[in-house]
Design a protein around this ligand. Structure first.
Ligand code: SF4
Length: 360
């Protein structure tokens, strides 16, 4: 049976860029301003976990706030959220909520996207230093220079970008719809895909289109190696393998698939939302998960009778984990930190996001 997450033709030859990607060192976000404020707070350090949860429950009602959490958030944050999802699902939830306040438990560019889609709402992030190593590999100025070199190019920006970068894009995309977005662009157009080179390579393989790649990567997903994936599949030969397209090994895994080292019928390239749908539907009991480890909590909740094994147990996004219970409480109590995108940038960025939402 056809596996829609893999190209029909798997060739042994895999094109890899010859230039090294832009990598960021593992971030140090332990002593953020929000963390210091929580520690210095006269009340918060004295509250137990259950007292914090009780206060959060009370405040979310009082403020008429909705709590949105990304799949990579700490389990306790996911459990408190009104909605847990991937970037696209969270954007869609933000766009349709009636709540006047959105507390965004995710990273900063996601809260910006919510603010762009809901300019009349108050969007809060519990720690504004929750950044993204991938988003920080490209600036708006660099996109303008890239466009100047390819004046007929269509810029497709992965949603993991800052608002001013989105404002330079023609389309946004997420890992769940990047293939569809590129397929919706007329064949004769050159595509400038940014910032994730691994997702861009995957899109290139799936669509057969010539894609110019921005050589950015996420420090978490870039750490996955094809040999670890192959070894894990050898250990659990009956498992389904769920690979995120940002993983640095996806291209090498295509090579391993073509060589027969990985089974095509058990290897699936999915966004985090796609992984959730997969485990709900698949009869397979064991799943190897190649993405940030926060995803395992979500998958276990979705399919408690199944077993989930991380391919890389230290694949932890420190930025996502800066959002903690005390900071979530402080965010609701003090209405901090508001994320607001200047209207001139928001209008242009919204156009690229809306184009994406029209495609999916
Ligand atoms: S996992 Fe990677 S892409 Fe996702 S928020 Fe963290 S640094 Fe950014």
């Amino acid at each position: 049976m056809r596996n829609p997450t893999l190209p029909d033709e798997l060739t042994v030859q895999v094109e890899l860029p010859t230039i090294m990607p832009r990598s960021k060192r593992r971030p140090s976000v332990l002593r953020t301003e929000a963390q210091q404020a929580v520690e210095a707070d006269p009340e918060i350090p004295h509250l137990t976990e259950s007292e914090l949860i009780e206060r959060i429950q009370h405040l979310r009602q009082e403020r008429n706030a909705v709590i949105l959490a990304h799949n990579y958030q700490l389990p306790i944050i996911q459990d408190l959220a009104d909605f847990v999802g991937d970037s696209l699902q969270l954007s869609q939830q933000a766009a349709k909520t009636d709540a006047p306040v959105i507390v965004f438990c995710g990273v900063h560019f996601m809260a910006e996207t919510a603010s762009i889609l809901c300019p009349d709402k108050t969007v809060l992030i519990p720690d504004p230093e929750a950044g993204c190593s991938l988003a920080s590999t490209v600036t708006a100025e660099e996109v303008r220079e890239w466009k100047a070199k390819h004046p007929d190019g269509v810029v497709v920006a992965y949603v993991n970008t800052n608002a001013d970068v989105k404002a330079e894009a023609d389309y946004c995309c997420t890992s769940s719809n990047a293939v569809k977005v590129v397929q919706a662009i007329p064949e004769e157009k050159e595509i400038l895909f940014l910032p994730d080179m691994f997702l861009g390579l995957y899109v290139q393989r799936m669509t057969g289109r010539k894609v110019h790649l921005w050589l950015g990567e996420c420090h978490v997903h870039a750490g996955f190696r094809a040999e670890d994936i192959v070894r894990a599949m050898q250990t659990y030969p009956d498992a389904d393998l769920l690979l995120h397209p940002e993983c640095g090994c996806v291209s090498q895994c295509m090579f391993a698939l073509a060589e027969g080292e990985l089974p095509k019928e058990r290897t699936f390239v999915h966004s985090t939302g796609g992984m959730v749908r997969h485990v709900r539907q698949s009869p397979t009991r064991i799943h190897l998960v190649a993405t940030e480890v926060g995803m395992l909590h979500r998958l276990k909740k979705e399919a408690p009778d199944k077993q989930f094994i991380p391919v890389k147990s230290d694949a932890i996004c420190e930025y996502m984990k800066t959002i903690t219970l005390p900071k979530l409480y402080r965010s609701l109590r003090d209405m901090v930190y508001e994320v607001r995108v200047p209207e001139a940038i928001a209008t242009r960025a919204r156009r690229a996001i809306d184009r994406m939402l029209e495609v999916v």
